[in-house]
Design a protein around this ligand. Structure first.
Ligand SMILES: Cc1cc2nc3c(=O)[nH]c(=O)nc-3n(C[C@H](O)[C@H](O)[C@H](O)COP(=O)(O)OP(=O)(O)OC[C@H]3O[C@@H](n4cnc5c(N)ncnc54)[C@H](O)[C@@H]3O)c2cc1C
Length: 251
């Protein structure tokens, strides 16, 4: 069965308030400066937020779109960029079919458009770069984990960091060009020749836990509810202490 997707256009003129506010509780204007395609369904949106107070890798923000008639849509998005003090932040959005906010970004938004953001939020899922990090993500759940990978590289950190990331296929793997030796992709539907197809399993997780870095792993899991449950169960079964598993659910 096919469905007709009508691109949402209500938010062509987002609201503009609270420029220059410096705390996480106040809305600030974010100006879209660049759009980069990552996969057929995901793109990265770069914003200038001059008064951005800074963030830790793993944190997210609230984003608000306001239509001319006053209608407001508000969503949470993880911050993809590493903290760099540049006054810019990047978000990576999956295009959810029929999605109000992701649909606006993927079909209407252009550089120069403004939205409102408030953050950073959630210290719990943040990784300051001070302890070994074992990152498990699926789909757009890789976004906050990529901020951690980028931070690790940008600062030249030597603390161990590993990323296990699940995608339907190579073409759906967000940030594929940027991954290095720290990353193991897992493909659930299609894979390059010689690479197995299937879900993330104990066989992916166990060798990483066996590395036993000094101080032990802090595990960060991000994705849909289903993935979060599956991945955290794998971690616990492989011996990761429950209190050292942090979970962010997009579902
Ligand atoms: C802490 C947090 C961080 C997040 N970070 C990101 C991020 O970095 N990138 C990102 O792309 N999303 C992220 N999300 C999800 C995001 O907040 C929105 O839910 C998503 O963009 C869909 O919003 P929408 O307005 O486009 O769709 P809606 O208009 O809200 O939904 C349209 C339809 O799609 C369904 N739907 C909603 N979300 C999804 C989904 N994710 N998958 C499948 N179906 C869905 C709804 O049930 C509904 O039927 C995050 C969520 C949370 C809670």
């Amino acid at each position: 069965m096919t469905e007709t997707f009508t691109p949402p256009t209500r938010f062509a003129v987002p609201g503009r308030i609270a420029v220059g506010e410096q705390t996480a509780t106040l809305w600030q204007t974010a100006t879209l400066t660049e759009i980069r395609r990552e996969t057929p369904h995901a793109a990265t949106f770069r914003f200038a937020v001059p008064a951005w107070a800074g963030h830790l890798p793993g944190q997210h923000l609230q984003l608000r779109l306001t239509a001319e008639d006053g209608y407001v849509a508000q969503r949470h998005y993880s911050i993809a960029s590493a903290p760099d003090g540049s006054g810019h932040i990047e978000l990576t959005l999956d295009h959810v079919e029929g999605g109000e906010v992701s649909g606006w970004f993927h079909t209407v938004a252009r550089p120069g458009d403004t939205v409102e953001v408030r953050g950073p939020l959630s210290g719990f899922f943040a990784w300051p770069g001070d302890r070994p990090a074992l990152l498990l993500g699926a789909g757009s759940g890789v976004v906050p984990l990529m901020s951690m990978v980028r931070h690790h590289r940008a600062r030249g950190l030597t603390v161990p960091l590993r990323l296990l990331v699940s995608a339907r296929g190579p073409e759906e793997l967000i940030y594929a060009r940027e991954f290095g030796a720290e990353t193991t992709p897992v493909f659930t539907r299609t894979a390059p020749d010689g690479v197995p197809v299937g879900r993330m399993t104990a066989a992916h997780v166990a060798p990483l836990l066996a590395e036993r870095p000094e101080g032990g792993w802090e595990a960060y899991v991000c994705g849909s509810n289903g993935f979060a449950e599956h991945a955290s169960r794998l971690l616990v079964e492989a011996g990761q202490p429950v209190h050292r598993i942090r979970i962010e659910r997009f579902g």
